[in-house]
Design a protein around this ligand. Sequence first.
Ligand SMILES: *[C@@H]1O[C@H](CO)[C@@H](O)[C@H](O)[C@H]1NC(C)=O
Ligand SMILES: *[C@@H]1O[C@H](CO)[C@@H](O)[C@H](O)[C@H]1NC(C)=O
Ligand SMILES: *[C@@H]1O[C@H](CO)[C@@H](O)[C@H](O)[C@H]1NC(C)=O
Ligand SMILES: *[C@@H]1O[C@H](CO)[C@@H](O)[C@H](O)[C@H]1NC(C)=O
Ligand SMILES: *[C@@H]1O[C@H](CO)[C@@H](O)[C@H](O)[C@H]1NC(C)=O
Ligand SMILES: *[C@@H]1O[C@H](CO)[C@@H](O)[C@H](O)[C@H]1NC(C)=O
Ligand SMILES: *[C@@H]1O[C@H](CO)[C@@H](O)[C@H](O)[C@H]1NC(C)=O
Length: 913
Amino acid sequence: MGCSRLLVLGLLLNLAHCSEIVGNGGSEVEIQSNLIAVLGEEVRLRCLYHGNASITGSVWKRLKNTRVHRLAGFVNGTAFRRVARYSYPASPTNLTMQMRVSGLDAEGEYICTFESQDEEFTQSMFLEVHVRPQTTELLVTEEMDNGTHYQSVQCSANDSKPQAQIDWLINNRPPVEDYFSIERSGSFQRNGMSSAGSILRFPTHLQNESSVTCVVHHPTLPSPISTTASVATFVAPRVSVQVEMRQGQEEEEEEDYWRVSCVASGGRPETHISLVTAAAAAAAEEEPRKGNGTDAGISVYRLPVQAYEGRNVSCVFTQPKLPGPQSRTIQLPSFNLSGVQLLANPINEMQPLVELEEGQRNVSIGLEAIGNVPRYAVFCQKEDASPLPSGVAVVGSALTFQAHVDLLHAGLYVCEASYYRHRATVQINITVRPLPVLVPPLISVDLRYGPSDREVECSAVGAVPAATLSWSLPEGLAVVPSVSSHSVTGVLSLGAACYPRALTVGCVIRHPLFPTPEYRSVTIPLCAPPNISLSSRDEWRGGEEYTVAQCRVVSVATAATITWRLGNGDGSGHIVGIDDLEGVDVRTEVEERVSMEVTSVSTVLLPSSLYSGQTLSCEVGGHPSLQRQEQRHLLIPSLEAPVLNVSVGPGESDLWQAVCDYQAEGVKANLTWVLPAGSKGQVSLRSQNDGRTVRAQLTYRFPLASHEGDALTCLVEYQRIGSEKRTVHIPKYYITSLRVLNHTTPMKLHHSDGRCILRLSLQKNLPDQRILFEVEGNVPTHNITCQRSNGSFVQMEGDALGFQSEAKGRDEGLYICLASFYHHKAIVLLQVEVRSQDYQLAALVIICVSSISAMALLLAVALWKQESLAAMTALVQPPCAPESSKALVRRPDSQQYAHVVGYCIVSDVKSTV
Ligand SMILES: *[C@@H]1O[C@H](CO)[C@@H](O)[C@H](O)[C@H]1NC(C)=O
Ligand SMILES: *[C@@H]1O[C@H](CO)[C@@H](O)[C@H](O)[C@H]1NC(C)=O
Ligand SMILES: *[C@@H]1O[C@H](CO)[C@@H](O)[C@H](O)[C@H]1NC(C)=O
Ligand SMILES: *[C@@H]1O[C@H](CO)[C@@H](O)[C@H](O)[C@H]1NC(C)=O
Ligand SMILES: *[C@@H]1O[C@H](CO)[C@@H](O)[C@H](O)[C@H]1NC(C)=O
Ligand SMILES: *[C@@H]1O[C@H](CO)[C@@H](O)[C@H](O)[C@H]1NC(C)=O
Ligand SMILES: *[C@@H]1O[C@H](CO)[C@@H](O)[C@H](O)[C@H]1NC(C)=O
């Protein structure tokens, strides 16, 4: 092998040397001699002429079987080529050309010739043709040789020239270990081509790499060709032994056994497993589970307990990767059973004593074997080897009294625990205490109402043994029951709590005499919603009507809260809390508590006039039985607004009166007349209440003269609302004169006085004659009276002085007529005469009454009416004197004044015929 490498190296060096461009021994032709070409590739044939001769032609030639073939060249300066394999040479002196090597026959001598007129310049070269090897896929074969697994990898490089060389690489290193063998082969053909082959063989278990690489070297290859093949490798298994105890199937009377598993995991190829034991009994192999590649190979063996107890067993593993048969040994356990003990009540270890009570139920005396046996059976009998009494049996590993413990059950029991040949016994001395006499409890359940709470008492007294008592409470009842220390009386205090649904509280009593616990229950009645009533009444307080509303709530256990609201009539308007409203007084109190019932009363007092027409609501909440607030409504009556009237006018007797009239609902008022200073009239008040309607009348009586032209004001003061004023004006009255409408003629009595006496004539013997008067002034009414000079009054017909019978002489005389309105008065003096029809009025004579006569007249008037003397004095001023009349008639109206004066001045002198 080393030899062939040297050979190749030598060949390569030689080629390099030969391919150098060399001159032709000083000649003008330069040629590349001894060229190597690769089959199927192109090669460059180089030949140049360096001489001075004029070259006429040049050509590449080959000599074949005595014939010269012209390949390519120049003739007459024109390039030519024989076949397309050749390229046209560059120029006549540069015959360098490309040639494609299409066959082995391209190998041989090539001649390059340059021709001039006189000479030919020739050089030759040898072209050698190499062929690249054909490599094939690696072929891996496996075989067994004398029990050993071998693998062979075959690599070949065929049809190459020269012969290729094959090397092997394993993990990039040549296989130098002993166990590798390489077998080379080769063949040569006549055309110079050859093939090379190599087979690498190795035992699988010694080689750990999973691939081998074949490297082919050849001069035509720029780098060696590497081909890799996967080869199988072996892996050593992990071996182990597992032992577990298995219980034999009882129905098949199978004995307990150990299940020994010999495990070889992760090995390749399969591990051979066998079991080696020193026991006489056969170890049965279960269905072996073979490993598949990575899975574990397991062999499982059943070893009966009795035969194999304490023995050694070995698993033997054989596998190519293991150095030899591998053995894993395990010792199976050995058992001991030294005794039996009672699980409870170990009073006396040697001879346990168990004390039971007659009638006791569910008694079970647990037995336990002392030792390491995997399991054991317990068998019991009485001391004299007689069977167990009825009702007593071994259940599992316990001596069990299935029904009541009976006195007959007392005695010495012998119990044995066994596991195959291992056995142990214990003696149990059972004594039975006779039962005392049982007395059932006296049960009572009672629901009691205390002053502030309710409680349920449950008692179960007088029982032997004492009964036990417990509560069964409904969900959501958050009370803690108490049970007395002797467990015979329990009290469940419910407090003042109110439950919105009926609850059933149960009391459970347990006693040996009761096969099932006794259950007694009591139902706590549900909490009724509060009873709400809203009532109202009216009440007068300090001149105001108040609405007194009372909301009365009767509820169970806890008092409800009461709130008040005030809103518009239809309930739609703004609702306000009542507490801060003007004039409102709210009083709430919890009135009484009878048993579990609580009565809350809230009273609200509000001025009716302020909240007239509004709705008062009583809202009740805060009670457990109410989901939301309950409401009751009340309408505060609408009150009419106060009406005030003021009037003035004539009153009783000679007085005038100003009346202030007040009418209202729900509100009283103080009435006062505001009078000018020094007023002397009388004020009287008359008031009347008719339910909520209030009427009051304040009357001020006064002489007209004292307030004429004054303004009187009535002041009304209300509670809360304020005050109001009404004023009346008293007119200023006057009477300027009393006029006679009939024809009169004045008689002047006195020049200076100016007072006239009017003369009037009646027709003689004519009935029903009248004298008509008219009062001048602004008085609304008046009174006219006439008096004869002798003081006798004359019958008046309204404002007229009437003479019913035929007029006679006795009707003649002086008449004094007076018009009056309270202190306002006017007087006229009338001289009545009776005349016949034909009586001629000759002349008009004015009789003027002297001032002395006037005074006499006035005196007469004074006699007529004593009390109005003063007024008369002022009144009877001489109407005929315009100057003085001015002072009397204080009227700003000058036209009127002139008119009045006019009357007085006219002098109508009556003349008689
Ligand atoms: C070369 O050229 C000459 C002159 O031009 C001509 O006479 C002769 O025939 C040519 N030769 C060939 C082989 O064409
Ligand atoms: C000869 O011809 C070849 C190919 O055309 C060219 O590469 C080379 O340079 C030429 N040599 C000279 C000396 O002209
Ligand atoms: C087969 O192998 C065994 C053990 O490796 C060896 O003793 C024996 O000589 C071998 N036989 C042959 C024919 O090689
Ligand atoms: C082989 O082993 C694989 C992995 O443990 C498991 O999934 C597969 O079922 C096995 N095949 C057989 C034929 O046991
Ligand atoms: C069982 O125990 C009782 C009470 O301790 C005793 O009187 C009786 O002798 C014992 N019986 C046997 C057989 O030991
Ligand atoms: C009405 O008069 C009485 C007595 O003078 C007085 O106590 C009361 O406050 C008055 N009322 C009003 C509303 O002025
Ligand atoms: C007074 O006048 C009225 C109306 O003009 C008349 O009826 C009456 O008779 C007259 N009386 C006398 C006395 O003339």
